[in-house]
Write a protein that binds this ligand. Structure first.
Ligand code: UDP
Length: 319
């Protein structure tokens, strides 16, 4: 993204995370000064190493669950801070809920004080195990409130409700991105499927398929996802927008594709399914196309090739 932004200075919570690092990078490239905030509970310095020392980038280590503030004023707040994978939800269940509740309140408070535009990184998980397919933004979802992944699903549902109510009450301009599975270079094997399969394929060990592998996902290349988030920021659009790729694959086909791209001869190994695992997921992105003129540009095969190339470098520091 090289277009000039209408913003001057942005706060990115979760700026040391996988997706956050791409959002910071694209903002910097469009001329915006960036303050990234992260407590590195799930973020990692390797995500932002290449941005350190770049003019206009500041990284602050802080926990957005605690009340925090930014030095000076910002005109954009991108609230991305949250654990984002199942093992992390198990390890950090209360933190996951609290960053969606208190963390969102704290980030909104800063946007209010500064008169800034606010964008919440929400998720396709608000649709739960969807009974409607593909999922459009008017669908309310099918979520187990006390299930294995509920700490994330409900945190993001609450965050959407809080963001909407706060925007209405205090006149803050808010946007909500419902992000579908993102992947790309630098993503660490944190329990999520693509980075996990790539690590297994490159190590020549079995690719572990949870369940029968017939469940589907629609992976979106991370640069497309980040561009979608910034398109929401640049607009004044206030309702939730799906940001994802409509190319839907089964997990079994995804494993095969990763074997082809890596040239690996690893076998597939079928293990127990995850509890409450959504059976199918694919975004309807007509709202994003209509309201933002956004659509993904990087096809799955190409995105996987780029991701594998980055992971294959001897310097790849993600294990
Ligand atoms: N999955 C898998 N093997 C893995 C990791 C995940 O088969 O090593 C499956 C998982 O059960 C789910 C899908 O891949 O059906 C996507 O999982 P991920 O955790 O990446 O995303 P999410 O379930 O949050 O969409």
């Amino acid at each position: 993204m090289s277009q000039t932004s209408r913003f001057r200075r942005a706060l990115v919570t979760g700026g040391g995370g996988f997706l956050g690092s791409y959002v910071c990078e694209q903002l910097l490239s469009s001329g915006v000064e960036v303050i990234g905030v992260d407590n590195f509970s799930t973020g990692h310095r390797s995500y932002v190493e290449h941005l350190m020392g770049r003019s206009g980038f500041t990284l602050v280590e802080a926990d957005v669950i605690e009340e925090f503030d930014t030095p000076g004023s910002v005109d954009l707040v991108m609230h991305l801070a949250s654990p984002a994978s199942i093992p992390e939800f198990y390890r950090l269940p209360l933190e996951t809920l609290l960053v969606g509740s208190q963390g969102t309140h704290n980030a909104l408070r800063i946007a209010h004080r500064c008169g800034a535009r606010f964008v919440l990184a929400s998720t396709s998980e608000v649709y739960g195990d969807p009974l409607k397919h593909p999922q459009d933004e008017e669908y309310w979802g099918n979520v187990n409130p006390i299930g294995a992944r509920s700490v994330y699903d409900e945190a993001k549902r609450y965050a959407e409700a809080f963001t909407t109510a706060y925007g209405n009450k205090h006149g803050v301009s808010v946007g909500i991105a419902r992000i579908f599975n993102s992947y790309g270079p630098r993503m660490r094997p944190d329990g999520r499927v693509i980075s996990g399969f790539i690590a297994q394929a490159l190590d020549g060990v079995p690719l572990t398929i949870h369940g029968d592998g017939n469940q589907t996902r629609s992976p979106c290349y991370v640069e497309d996802t980040a561009r979608g988030l910034l398109a929401i920021a640049e607009s004044d659009y206030g309702r939730p927008v799906n940001i994802g790729n409509v190319h839907e694959v089964t997990i079994r086909d995804l494993a095969q594709l990763i074997l082809e791209v890596t040239g690996s001869r690893s076998p597939l190994k079928f293990i127990e399914a995850d509890a409450d695992d959504p059976r199918q997921r694919c975004p309807d992105i007509s709202r994003a196309e209509r309201e933002l003129g956004w659509r993904p540009q990087v096809a799955l095969e190409e995105g996987l090739r780029r991701t594998v190339a980055a992971a294959s470098k001897p310097s790849a520091d993600w294990k």
